[in-house]
Structure formats: structure tokens, C-alpha cells
Design a protein around this ligand. Sequence first.
Ligand code: G3P
Ligand code: MG
Length: 255
Amino acid sequence: PLVHRPRLERAVLAHRGLPSRAPENTMASFLAAADAGATWIETDVDLLGDGTAVLIHDTALDRTTDRSGSIYALEAADLATIDAGSWFDPRFAGERLPLLDTFIDLLSERGLHANIELKPNEQGAARSLLLVDTVARALDALDPACQVLVSSFSQPLLMAFHERHPRYATAVLYEAGTIRPDWLSVAELCGATCIHPQDEGLSEEMVALARGAGYGVNVWTVNSAQRAAELFEWGCTGVFTDVADELLALEGPQR
Ligand code: G3P
Ligand code: MG
């Protein structure tokens, strides 16, 4: 059964940390978001070739590190040689791709909540199940006071996660225009408590429908305070933003 039910209300979720001020998905970025008052942090997780769970958005190293190539060609020992900060600013030289376990420790220490996004693993069913089980095992170490929401664009991955680890709440991610008429069945099959639609094209009617069916609605990526206010007015329970510091300055203290 679902033991950990997250409660979001006008939540400002720091998308990849605070990527406007620090390199995305690094410990520096998560700390910057927490220091700015964010209580919810979003991050992306996938597995290295040796099964180590790391936080990175892309499957390629090129955009956010000083290396190129696939993360699937790496093992844990390689992480110490990869710079995930200099591309953003020399001040962040030496930032690493964080281990999921290190992130979980930070959440527990600071009493933070997290949305962990499972990246659709490109290496087949066995690796997908390994990802699902590795994330659930890591989450089991989290302080119970911290709330957690596991999301993915991959509905099969979410269903597998829910079937194997039903104690954690999930959220179904949608790119613009991809919410289908069977969304409620999908949400139920995935054990979801929330849907995570892209902002573009999202209608007030869809928000009302989901809220009426008992689902939280957390929208990505909202970098305008005015739009965030409108979405909260519609009944949205959260917004993912690259500028958590700016939105929080207007929104007030978060729980
Ligand atoms: O989880 C919300 C958002 O992060 C989904 O898109 O590509 O930024 O991971 P993406
Ligand atoms: Mg993400």
C-alpha cells in the first residue's frame, strides 16, 4: 500500500536545483535551491553502465560536463574524473555528477522533499527494472519526514515501479498535447497521486478534471511568476521552475 503520500499545495519545485545560478543537477545546484528557501527539489536519475544511480538529465555527458559520450559507458570510479560544473562557470569547477545516495542524504539532513524523475532507460527491460529497484532501495534510506514523488515520461517504467514498490507515490509526466482520454486509467495503473503536464497548451479544464478526480497537478517548466500565480488560481498544486529563488520571493515560505 501507499505509505508515503506527498502533500503539495502551491509548491515551488526547484527544477534540477537552481539552474539559473548553478550547474543543473549538481549538489551545488540543490544547495543553492535549498538556501533560496525551496523545500521541493526535482532531479533526474539514470544508471551508469555498472548500475550506479546518478543524477543527470541527458544520457550523453556532452551538454553538462567536460566529457562526451554515453553515461552507460561509465562506472562509478569514473565520476571523480568528470567535471560537471566548469561548463556553467569556472567557479563550479570540480562539481561532480551526484550519486542518488548523496542526494538522498542531503534531503534527510535538510528536511527537503523531492521529485525523482526516472529517465526512460534506453537499455531494455532488465536495466529498467534495475533502475526502478535501485531508486526504491535508495529511497528506503530517506528520513520519513521527507516527502517523495517518483515521476517519469515512461508509463511502463512507472507501472513497473508501482507494481514492485507500491509504498511510494508516482506522477505521470506529459509533454504538451500528450494527455490522452485514457489518462485516468494510466494514472491508476501507475499508482499516481499527481500528473505532471507541460505548461504549453495546458487548459484550466484539464486541471479541474484532474483535481476533481483527486490528483495533484504539478506543471513544468514555469519561469514566469505571473503564469505560476495563474496556475495556482486554476488549482494546480505545484510548479517546476528554473528560478525557484524568484518565485519563492513572491510566494512566501514553503512547507
Ligand atoms: O519533471 C519535470 C521536468 O523535469 C520534465 O522534463 O526534460 O526537464 O526532465 P525534463
Ligand atoms: Mg526532469
